[in-house]
Design a binder for this molecule. Structure first.
Ligand SMILES: NC(=O)c1ccc[n+]([C@@H]2O[C@H](COP(=O)([O-])OP(=O)(O)OC[C@H]3O[C@@H](n4cnc5c(N)ncnc54)[C@H](OP(=O)(O)O)[C@@H]3O)[C@@H](O)[C@H]2O)c1
Length: 431
């Protein structure tokens, strides 16, 4: 029994909301063929009714009154694309209580409150769809739920924040300084005016929490994700990385080990030949290994009005099919247990270290000895004169237990010949 007309209420009509409207207006006939129903956006909640919109809004009633959207009995689907936590959460709960299906792009909200929202959805026999929350237009949520469901996912690794990837690419390819690359990202609309969530890795951690929950069938607490920012990366690190055969990327990494889940977000030296090394500018990619399928990589535009709108509208189409097939709740998230996490000290990594030292004989020997005392062997070494009497030492370790590594580093920092420790960055194994 097909429902002839499906009505959608938008919460928000900004970048993603306008992309959603544009796609629905443009491909209306296509959706009728695909679902047997017409899809119509009837209302949109906004903050400011006088704000010019980037799409035609005829037939859409703009309102500043959330109740008029959430309590409209003719609306079947609520699409939350307003962002933020408090009000977005309140409105989604209200929508579910009123029997609406929910589609959202809100990774901040899902990473922090997804658990309770999925429970509420289940209690009201409704689903929350969130393909747009990670990777913009790249299909990631549905592949984990459906196409890769036969696999035990061993690991995933991704570049899932366009802002930081744009900055690091520009620093590497165009040899720009961090501040210049950031200003350019803001001017091009890739970075927000307050870019702290992107730069400090929080945005990536929210997305990793959502992905790893599906990949590893576990509830994931975002506060347990080890997160580092990219703000300490300098053009010298980019230069030395290149010389050693790497590019620097902000990676989200998830692994299931015999001791538990290891989830982390940090800048990483990626070998130039690795598939993720050539993911540049605002593009995103996710590289994963499943026990049956082997290696798989997803690549595309991780943000933007139409790519993110594409994911939102695909979710709307799924909801329409659910409505027409009388599927009330198709979510799986509520059944996940909470798996244990591996603590930092137990992890094994390779490290890049850059330090300034007195340019005198025996300095390098004492650094090597401090590493040797902790059974840490070195893979690559560069030593360059920086200024008068100051040398820069850059080295890359082999795999080392992180606790041992930081013990050796503390010893090195206390050496009188070491002027300062400029940077420490993890290094990805050359596959
Ligand atoms: N932009 C992307 O590429 C992208 C990609 C993936 C996910 N997302 C997520 O999608 C969501 C929306 O992002 P966006 O970039 O589209 O944001 P945006 O351009 O800032 O648009 C937000 C919209 O929500 C409305 N709004 C905000 N707070 C409101 C409130 N309290 N009451 C009523 N209306 C309110 C705004 O109204 P006014 O227009 O009247 O101010 C605006 O129309 C966020 O959760 C974001 O993380 C965005």
């Amino acid at each position: 029994m097909y429902k002839e007309h499906i009505r959608v209420g938008l919460l928000g009509l900004g970048t993603v909301g306008c992309g959603t409207v544009e796609i629905i207006q443009k491909n209306r006939e296509e959706f009728l063929k695909k679902t047997g129903s017409t899809i119509q956006i009837t209302k949109a909640l906004v903050r400011n009714l006088n704000q010019p919109r980037l799409v035609k809004t005829e037939g859409i009633q703009l309102t500043t009154n959330p109740q008029s959207v959430l309590e409209d009995p003719d609306i079947d689907i609520i699409v939350e694309v307003m962002g933020g936590i408090g009000l977005a959460k309140e409105y989604i709960i209200k929508a579910l209580e009123n029997g609406k299906y929910v589609v959202t792009a809100n990774k901040d909200l899902l990473a922090q409150h997804g658990e309770s929202l999925f429970e509420i959805a289940k209690a009201h026999k409704r689903s929350i769809f969130y393909e747009a929350s990670v990777g913009g237009g790249i299909p990631l949520i549905r592949p984990f739920k459906h196409c890769l469901a036969a696999n035990r996912i061993k690991s995933l690794m991704g570049i899932i924040n366009g802002t930081t990837n744009y900055i690091l690419t520009q620093m590497s390819v165009a040899e720009k300084e961090f501040s210049e690359a950031l200003a350019e990202a803001q001017a091009k609309g890739f970075a927000e005016q307050d870019p702290s969530s992107d730069l400090e890795g929080r945005d990536t951690a929210y997305k990793l929490a959502i992905l790893s929950s599906l990949a590893f069938n576990s509830k994931v607490d975002v506060s347990q994700i080890y997160t580092e920012s990219i703000t300490e990366i300098s053009s010298r690190d980019i230069m030395y990385a290149k010389e050693l055969g790497f590019v620097i990327k902000l990676l989200a990494v998830g692994e299931e080990t015999e001791h538990g889940l290891s989830l982390r977000v940090h800048p990483t030296l990626v070998p130039i030949g690795h598939p993720l090394a050539s993911v540049n500018n605002e593009f995103n990619a996710l590289y994963l290994t499943g026990d049956a399928v082997g290696e798989v990589m997803f690549y595309g535009r991780g943000a933007g009005s139409l790519p993110t709108g594409s994911a939102i509208v695909s979710d709307i189409i799924d909801v329409v099919r659910n409505i027409n097939n009388q599927v009330e709740n198709s979510s799986m998230e509520t059944t996940f247990p909470r798996k244990s996490m591996v603590c930092n000290e137990e992890r094994v990594s390779r490290f890049y270290v850059r330090m300034k030292a007195n340019d005198q004989s025996g300095v390098f020997g004492s650094v090597a000895m401090a590493f040797g005392e902790e059974q840490i062997s070195l893979d690559m070494i560069l030593q360059k004169r920086r200024d008068f009497n100051v040398a820069e030492i850059v080295l890359v370790t082999h795999d080392v237990n992180e606790a041992q590594f930081y013990k050796a580093l503390a010893k090195i920092q206390s050496l009188v010949s070491i002027r300062n420790l400029s940077n420490v960055i993890r290094v990805l194994e050359r596959g």
